[in-house]
Write a protein that binds this ligand. Structure first.
Ligand SMILES: O=C(CO)[C@@H](O)[C@@H](O)COP(=O)(O)O
Length: 246
């Protein structure tokens, strides 16, 4: 059952290492099959090198184990809530990638400072509020999902396929497990560039004479729409990234 998805999710998890997005086992990828309403997710604490499609864990949207001998990722309840809330997403990647996590720990959104960012994310990458002590004690992982969903009350998860959980790290999604990893790669790249941009102007910012310049909204609009939606014209006609919504 779900053999193709298990293979894709296994490869997507292994790709986290290839893209230098994880240290030790600090990250996980899942994929969602909308027909069966089942989630395939990395087993908790297992090294990426050891992963095989057979070791992937299958759970339903209530967290019941459906297949697999290993315990699923400790973040499974967060993934479950995102699949329930952001209808249409097919993959989720959670990492502690360095620059994305620096912004999450600073509890700062990643500002949209240039077209590299605008090509991929339609505006600043948002940061959640911190969880309360009660939320941590009464269902930490599910409540991590809840603060993400709360933050997206006025945001579109299609045009903004990423979030920073305050004091924690990024969660990124997409139409498939593979695409969610690609979005995590993009997030890390724009976070690194934004930090370098902000640091290079830091002295002037401290003196109050300069601040990092946010990208003009019309350039953001142009770059995002070149790659996303019905008016997209980036890439080749058969290239799905030209019409991909996430
Ligand atoms: O966020 C964290 C740790 O802070 C976890 O995502 C990370 O260690 C991965 O956990 P799993 O091995 O997927 O259970």
């Amino acid at each position: 059952m779900l053999d193709r998805l298990k293979k894709e999710v296994c490869e997507a998890n292994r790709d986290l290492v290839r893209h230098h997005l994880v240290t030790l086992t600090w990250g996980n990828v899942s994929g969602y099959d909308s027909d069966s309403e089942l989630i395939v997710i990395k087993p908790s604490g297992v090294s990426y090198e050891e992963l095989t499609p057979q070791k992937m864990v299958v759970v339903d949207l209530d967290g019941n184990s459906v297949e697999g001998d290993l315990r699923p990722s400790s973040d499974t309840a967060t993934h479950m809530l995102l699949y329930r809330s952001f209808i249409g997403i097919g993959g989720i990647t959670h990492t502690h990638s360095r620059y994305g996590t620096v912004y999450a720990q600073a509890r700062c959104e990643i500002p949209c400072l240039g077209t590299t960012h605008a090509d991929h994310f339609y505006g600043p990458v948002p940061v959640t509020r911190p969880l309360t002590e009660e939320e941590v004690e009464t269902g930490y992982e599910a409540n991590t999902g809840a603060v993400i969903v709360e933050r997206f009350a006025n945001l579109d998860p299609q045009s903004m396929p990423a979030v920073l959980v305050a004091g924690h790290a990024p969660f990124v999604w997409g139409p498939s497990a593979k695409k969610s990893v690609e979005n995590a790669v993009a997030l890390e790249a724009v976070a690194e560039m934004a930090l370098a941009t902000q640091q290079s102007t830091l002295q002037a910012m401290q003196q109050g004479t300069h601040s990092a310049q946010e990208l003009e909204s019309y350039v953001l609009e142009k770059h995002y729409r070149r790659k996303h939606g019905s008016a997209a014209y980036y890439g080749q006609p058969s290239n799905s990234s030209a019409s991909t919504q996430y």
